[in-house]
Design a protein around this ligand. Structure first.
Ligand code: SME
Length: 139
């Protein structure tokens, strides 16, 4: 409905703002829990289209964060066994869970074409971004 369209539009703007302003953020997107299913569904994103619009809980970096509720920083994606490659140009990745009223409802996922691109400063910054996004959903 209307409120959801506005929310998705705002999230799309967040994705583009981040990708356009941080040179090592090459793909920026949100995944959300798909209803009552044990899977993530791709939401708004900026960057190349991905085939991975549905990710089962536990699969890949994103699926692991859906169950761990923890930040996941991957300095070198080739060193990960449980990883879903979206593009062969991606070298590192960061996934930060999104909590709404204390519940893990999704995540922000960022890919970089630079090796070891993400620091604790990115973690703190993206936690802040997610807190601001959560405010749009909390009543
Ligand atoms: N690499 C992710 C999949 C999502 S793409 O990066 C957009 C993963 O391993 O979960």
């Amino acid at each position: 409905h209307h409120a959801n369209v506005l929310f998705e539009d705002k999230l799309m703007q967040v994705c583009h703002l981040l990708r356009d302003n941080v040179d090592y953020y090459d793909w920026v997107g949100f995944y959300f829990r798909n209803g009552d299913k044990e899977e993530l569904k791709l939401g708004p994103y900026a960057g190349e289209p991905t085939d991975h619009t549905i990710i089962p809980f536990g699969k890949g970096i994103c699926g692991q964060v859906a169950v761990s509720n923890q930040n996941f920083v991957v300095p070198d994606v080739t060193a990960q066994d449980n990883y879903i490659a979206c593009s062969f140009t991606v070298k590192s990745e960061i996934v930060i869970p999104l909590f709404v009223n204390g519940e893990n409802v999704g995540q922000i996922d960022i890919d970089s074409e630079d090796l070891d691109a993400f620091t604790e400063a990115d973690e703190r910054f993206l936690e802040y971004v997610n807190q601001e996004v959560a405010k749009l959903l909390e009543k």
